[in-house]
Design a protein. Structure first.
Lengths: 168, 351
């Protein structure tokens, strides 16, 4: 069951990512990115990280990508045009991507022991929700990084307001 | 024939999905009729009364009319997205009903009968699916290749994203009280003394309920926030749509209304619990009535909430767009935050 879900949504994520690169129109690429994010959310869920899955859908696919699509819609971005730069990028890009893929695979395989492993669906059979554990960790042992991150986000919001005020 | 556990689970789940889907779609059709009838009575007229007894077959006639209309598609539209947009809108509206528990836990061979899927993060699933539903509106406006639909969809999308915050924050108080995101657990946390322990009364979440209600009206693009279909200034996202594609948007709107009513029932009105608590438990302790009665309570509460929707539509005038935004950001959001703070302090003090 879980392996079937993993195969379906893993393939969907890869297909969405390839479609993201191959589509000519930016809005289609943005929509493919949403497909990738949703499939990743399902994969998180099958690994037992249900809160992460929900946050991924609500924050990334539901809010941030809407803003991306807004920008694309309002700028009326046209189809992409091939230029000399893009040809050079594709010549360098394919071998580069293949090299990164090989390095990552090699690292994951050779450091298998150090990275540890998790079972697909292994945490789903537990009745207790892992949100409780997550919030305990966040608000006890990781409290300082958590609060510092929120202050960082606040600063970013204030910066955006200051930048936007000049335009008004 | 002997079925394994998994096959049985699969079979019952598929049956559940089909039954819930049929009931939801039927109730969508009849919510439209309810709205037209009730709105008619509010305005001192009859509403639809010609087709069938009391106009009860009117939804059928509407459906046939929409099916048989010509499906126009303007030449300049972005074809795949133009077709996909209503599907996204309707699909998202219908999916979120899957995590709603309709009745008390009643298992048949280990499978819960009155809920399609009991997930730990049911509330977040509903919020997530709702936030994906925004794409239906955004894409429909853009793919129609018409500047008025683009404006309309921008307005609706901005409205939905703004009010989503207040909507989500208004629910946090309830989650704090229940200590869980599981909808079943939230319902059970209100079940001790019937109506006295519902979140809206005994749980002191009346402020949260009012914020939720207002935000939900805006979230479903309903009056008094129905700028997407404002007759006097009509720039809606769906003006290029006709026939079944338009009907899908229409059905999505009413399905969203039903989902919102279900969530309000579960979170604030005690879900499928009886308002009398365990007072009359002795009479129907077992048997089919014991299983069916909670479902009836649930349906009655959802029905009340839908009536409230229509009542508000018949009573209040429409907001202007800047008023709508100012109200959402400058009033609802701060009040929702104060509500969270007050609930958290109260729980910390008492717990």
């Amino acid at each position: 069951m879980q392996i079937a879900l993993f195969l379906i949504f893993g393939l969907l994520a890869v297909a969405g990512a390839l479609n993201l690169l191959l589509q000519k129109h930016p809005i289609n690429s943005a929509l493919s990115l949403i497909v990738v994010m949703m499939s990743l959310a399902v994969l998180y869920w099958t690994l037992g990280a249900e809160f992460l899955a929900a946050a991924q859908v609500i924050v990334y696919s539901g809010a941030i990508m809407v803003l991306f699509i807004f920008v694309i819609m309002l700028l009326n971005a046209g189809e992409e045009v091939r230029s000399k730069g893009s040809r050079a990028a594709s010549i360098a890009g394919f071998p580069g991507a293949a090299a990164i893929f090989c390095v990552l695979t090699f690292t994951f395989l050779s450091e298998r022991v150090a990275l540890g492993k998790t079972e697909i669906g292994g945490y789903l059979s537990r009745t207790a929700s892992n949100i409780v554990e997550l919030s305990h960790t966040l608000f006890t042992s990781l409290l300082l990084p958590f609060e510092v991150t929120s202050i960082l986000i606040l600063v970013a919001i204030l910066g955006a307001v200051v930048l936007a005020r000049k335009e008004l | 024939m002997h079925l394994s556990d998994f096959q049985l689970f699969l079979l019952i789940t598929i049956v559940k999905i089909v039954v819930v889907l049929v009931i939801t779609l039927t109730s969508v059709a009849y919510t439209v009729l309810l709205e037209r009838k009730f709105l008619g009575r509010l305005q001192n007229r009859w509403g639809p009364s010609r087709v069938g007894p009391f106009g009860l077959l009117q939804p059928l006639a509407d459906g046939i009319k929409l099916f048989l209309k010509e499906d126009l598609m303007p030449l300049a539209v972005e074809r795949p997205l133009f077709v996909l947009a209503p599907v996204i809108a309707l699909g998202c509206a219908l999916v979120s009903i899957a995590v709603v528990p309709f009745g008390a836990i009643t298992t048949y061979k280990g499978v819960d009968l009155f809920e399609i899927a009991n997930v730990n993060i049911g509330l977040l699933v509903i919020l997530g699916v709702t936030s994906i539903g925004v794409y239906g509106i955004t894409l429909s406006g853009w793919s129609s290749n018409n500047k008025y639909t683009l404006f309309g969809s921008l307005r609706s999308t901005a409205q939905m994203i703004s009010y989503e915050l207040a909507l989500g924050l208004s629910l946090v108080g309830v989650v704090l009280r229940a200590g869980s995101l599981n909808l079943r657990t939230i319902v059970n946390s209100q079940a001790r003394h019937g109506a006295l322990t519902w979140n809206i009364f005994g749980g002191l979440q009346i402020v949260g309920f009012i914020i939720y209600m207002i935000a939900a009206y805006a979230e479903t693009n309903r009056s008094p926030f129905d700028l997407a279909e404002a007759e006097s200034e009509i720039v809606g996202y769906h003006i290029e749509y006709s026939s079944m594609k338009f009907a899908m948007f229409f059905m999505a709107e009413y399905a969203n209304m039903i989902t919102v009513a279900c969530v309000a029932t579960l979170l604030f009105l005690g879900g499928s619990g009886s308002p009398f608590g365990h007072l009359f438990d002795g009479i129907f302790a077992t048997g089919i009535v014991h299983a069916i009665l909670p479902v009836l309570w649930f349906v009655a509460k959802v029905f009340m909430f839908l009536l409230l929707y229509i009542w508000v539509r018949g009573t209040l005038p429409r907001f202007r767009y800047d008023q709508l935004m100012a109200f959402g950001w400058k009033f609802l959001l701060p009040v929702a935050m104060v509500n969270i703070l007050a609930t958290a302090l109260f729980l910390a003090y008492h717990g």
